[in-house]
Design a protein around this ligand. Structure first.
Ligand code: C2E
Ligand code: CA
Ligand code: CA
Ligand code: CA
Length: 275
């Protein structure tokens, strides 16, 4: 048995070494792609369930490695945060989005995911507000999405930045709501005006009455706090009708629309098709 254990350790060591080499490769590739502005921005439509109109889009970063394959952001955003590259990724996405948003009709809005690591030193606030001003975009047309779990551990300087952004008229969404640890007091304290309900609840909604109850409750909570709510991950017509019945203000998901390249939004959504 002792022998077995030792060889198991050796395999384990080799695995770690392999993982280290793999990580190093990914890290170097990420540094290169960020430096060369080789990332892309995709946009996913969000449907207003009251007006039945798509009126905003969420920007999602893409790292393409070939024609058909890309590294999902969940694989490289945490790494970018760890090695201090997230501000560069964030700046790139923001500038692409602002450039595009300036050409969209005035009643459309864009949402950008922000890492809490971009907050706290005032630089991000300055960049966002200057960027909006230079592009001549009204601040209410930009929405920033932050994940609730990471915000809990953020310092008061990050909270102060959020306050400044909200005071300047930007919209702030609490992302992946419902699966983290936020308390009601926390919701009251921070200047968010939208809850994005995690897709876990939406995906269960057809077979689990509890999920519909949670959706209804979060939508009502948003209403009572003078906030909006978005149901994420709507994949079927049935789910769309349930989240609408639950009182969610917006819906997002593959059934409503897939993420498409930022530069295709204009043609896909704003141009009147020629007959
Ligand atoms: P998220 O902010 O919750 O974004 C929604 C994710 O759900 C996206 O994954 C989107 O493609 C996916 N999705 C949309 N509709 C559906 C659906 O109907 N079903 C399912 N199963 N999934 C759907 P994506 O693009 O892989 O992004 C993953 C996460 O990476 C995002 O989650 C966000 O946290 C992060 N992320 C993406 N872009 C950025 C960025 O520019 N900056 C930062 N800091 N994080 C980003
Ligand atoms: Ca590009
Ligand atoms: Ca998001
Ligand atoms: Ca989310």
């Amino acid at each position: 048995a002792k022998q077995e254990k030792r060889s198991a350790y050796r395999v384990f060591d080799a695995d770690i070494a392999k993982e280290d080499a793999e990580r190093k490769r990914t890290k170097n590739a990420l540094i290169r792609v960020v430096e060369n502005q080789g990332l892309d921005v995709f946009c996913q439509p969000i449907l207003n369930l009251e007006t039945h109109r798509v009126d905003h889009f969420e920007a999602l970063v893409r790292w393409h490695q070939g024609e058909e394959s890309y590294v999902p952001p969940s694989n490289f955003i945490p790494l970018a945060e760890e090695i201090g590259l997230i501000a560069k990724v964030g700046d790139f996405v923001l500038s692409e989005v602002l450039r595009s948003l300036a050409t969209w009709p005035n009643d459309y809005r864009a949402c950008v995911n922000v890492s809490v690591l971009q907050l706290g030193d005032g630089r991000f606030v300055e960049r966002v507000l200057n960027g909006l001003k230079e592009a001549g975009i009204s601040p209410h047309r930009l929405e920033l999405e932050l994940t609730e779990s990471v915000l809990m551990s953020a310092g008061s300087a990050a909270h102060e930045d959020l306050r400044k952004l909200r005071d300047a008229g930007l919209n702030l969404a609490l992302d992946d709501f419902g699966i983290g640890f936020s308390s009601f007091g926390y919701l009251q304290e921070l200047p968010f005006n939208k809850l994005k309900i995690d897709r876990r609840f939406v995906s269960e909604v057809e077979k689990d009455e509890g999920s519909a109850a949670i959706l209804r409750t979060i939508a009502a909570l948003a209403d009572n706090l003078d906030m909006k709510s978005t149901a994420e991950g709507v994949e079927t017509a049935q789910q769309l009708s349930v989240v609408t019945a639950c009182g969610c203000h917006y819906g997002q998901g593959y059934f409503i629309g897939q993420p498409i390249p930022l530069e295709d939004v204009q043609q896909a959504y704003f141009e009147i098709p020629k007959v």
